[in-house]
Design a protein around this ligand. Structure first.
Ligand SMILES: [Zn+2]
Length: 121
């Protein structure tokens, strides 16, 4: 990433905390500097710092995946305990937009997770 781009990214990000999910080569006047830039916040890191960050969180994406899987589980459990109330929604005359949308999104999520399972077989 060229310096101008890095600068713009930093300004857009505005100094918020960042878990530095991904890095790219830092480029100055068309040449790699050997350092790396977080593609989310624009902060600059040496190769060693980047390697340490990658190791520390294994990969932040995996942490996110685990966290969100847990969020899904909690919600699935809550809904499982509300069968009666859901029954009323499902029988509503004009349908129920959240229920219908959830049914659709569930299909997408199941398909994506199946892909993920297949690629980790
Ligand atoms: Zn960052």
């Amino acid at each position: 990433m060229e310096y101008e781009e890095v600068k713009a990214l930093r300004e857009r990000w505005g100094g918020k905390p960042c878990d530095h999910p991904d890095f790219t080569d830092e480029i100055l006047f068309g040449s790699k500097t050997g350092d790396f830039v977080c593609t989310q916040c624009g902060e600059s890191f040496t190769k060693r710092q980047r390697d340490q960050l990658n190791r520390k969180g294994a990969n932040p994406k995996l942490g996110q995946l685990t966290e969100r899987n847990q969020m899904l589980k909690e919600r699935i459990d809550i809904l499982a305990g509300r069968k009666d109330k859901l029954d009323a929604l499902a029988n509503a005359a004009n349908g129920h937009s959240e229920l219908d949308a959830t049914l659709l999104e569930q299909l997408c999520l199941i398909k994506l997770m199946d892909e993920l399972i297949k690629s980790t077989d």
